[in-house]
Design a protein around this ligand. Structure first.
Ligand code: GCO
Ligand code: MN
Ligand code: MN
Length: 388
């Protein structure tokens, strides 16, 4: 029986806000007590995680004085030093405070936009102090329910201005951050700007220092939009923009559920792990999920363990898939090769174009050919079901 014990080398991380989730929802009060940040650090280290990520206010309350802030941060740093846990990613809470109710970087109110940039600079200082190298921008409140008052083009312009400013600030301070935009289609706003991985990729190309910006795709977010998370991650990898990843799970078409990784869509989770492992993705495997509202503290740690264990189980399945001769033969059969034709279409030349035009295809045979996908998919499922 393989060993599925998480270890720091697996690069698993959790947010303070994930295992710290107190089980509040729009219809009900918290079902769990808040857990202290230092205690979370010790528990995560005990469970074999590599790191812990945070929003500024997960650690330092929004109205803390400078000396309160320093006291909290030094206590947290001690917990990190005692356990060896790292803080690879930091981010800003630009969604909880009522000031950000109609957007932060994209608010139609210039004062709110400036406040958002100021808050983010302070949060970037905090992240840098804790050693973070990835900075996430999740624009939860950047969007609208009503399009009559402002417009989405202005929103995007404001968003661009803020990100350009903050990238300069990071460089100026020598923080060396890479920035990861996290798209989400809706919730908490009716419609959030940059709703999908594809939209964020398009937007990044318009930023001044676009090389510093990439993606933090989330399983639940693409799934809420009815899209394939695997395809979204593939596109981010193809663009060399997969800077971070939020792993969790979600039923399609529902409110944001943040389920334990692999709990709902094992096949999607499997192909996600396959993409990450096969592509040599060297970043964090971050879990942005939380225990069910029904759970007590024991349930929280069972949830955290479960996320990591499922990843390792699926990683082992990926190795089996790649080594399975029958599966590999089926893939080989599926991907038909033709050296002559591939040579003709690979690069344009007048000669290639005229040879290609002169070629006669047996369209009927192409249309009739069975690629063997039923067989291949069944083999894949049997592997996932544990009988191969
Ligand atoms: C959500 C988001 C957030 C972000 C977090 C870090 O749906 O609430 O996924 O959890 O990931 O703010 O940027
Ligand atoms: Mn989310
Ligand atoms: Mn997220």
């Amino acid at each position: 029986m393989a060993d599925y014990t998480p270890k720091p080398e697996h690069k698993f991380t959790f947010g303070l806000w994930t295992v710290g989730n107190i089980g509040r929802d729009p219809f009900g009060s918290p079902t769990r007590d808040a857990i202290g940040a230092d205690y979370i650090v010790h528990k995560l280290a005990e469970l074999g995680a590599y790191g812990v990520n945070l929003h500024d206010n997960d650690l330092v309350p929004i109205d803390a004085t400078a000396s309160e802030r320093d006291k909290i941060v030094s206590g947290f740093k001690k917990a990190l030093a005692d356990t060896g846990l790292k803080v690879p990613m930091a981010t800003t809470n630009l969604f909880s405070d009522p000031a950000f109710k109609d957007g932060a970087f994209t608010s139609p109110d210039a004062r709110v936009r400036a406040l958002a940039v100021q808050k983010t600079m302070n949060a970037m200082d905090l992240g840098a102090e804790l050693g973070a190298k990835t900075y996430v921008f999740w624009g939860g409140r950047e969007g609208a329910e009503v399009d009559a008052g402002s417009n989405a083009i202005e929103g995007l312009q404001h968003f661009r201005e803020a990100l350009n400013f903050l990238a300069e600030y990071s460089e100026d301070q020598g923080y060396g951050y890479k920035f990861a935009l996290e798209p989400k289609p809706n919730e908490p706003r009716g419609d959030i700007y940059l709703p999908t991985v594809g939209s964020a990729l398009g937007f990044i190309a318009t930023l001044d220092k676009s090389e510093l910006f990439g993606l933090n795709p989330e399983f639940a977010h693409e799934t809420m939009a009815g899209l394939s998370f695997v395809h979204a991650v593939a596109q981010a990898i193809d663009a060399r923009k997969l800077f971070h990843i939020d792993l969790n799970d979600q039923k399609m078409g529902r409110f944001d559920q943040d389920l334990r990784f692999g709990a709902e869509n094992p096949k999607g989770a499997f192909f996600t792990v396959k993409l990450l492992e096969d592509s040599g993705y060297a970043g964090m495997r971050h879990f942005d999920a939380h225990a069910l509202r029904t759970e007590d503290e024991a349930g929280v740690w069972a949830f955290a363990k479960g996320c990591m264990r499922t990843y390792l189980i699926l990683k082992e399945k990926v190795a089996r898939f790649n080594a399975d001769t029958e599966i590999q033969a089926a893939i080989k059969h599926y991907k038909v090769q033709d050296a002559t034709l591939e040579g003709l279409v690979k690069t344009y030349s007048k000669d290639n174009a005229s040879k290609l035009k002169a070629h006669t295809f047996d369209r009927e045979a192409l249309g009739k050919r069975g690629p063997g996908l039923e067989h291949l998919d069944q083999l894949t499922m049997e592997l996932l079901y544990g009988v191969r």
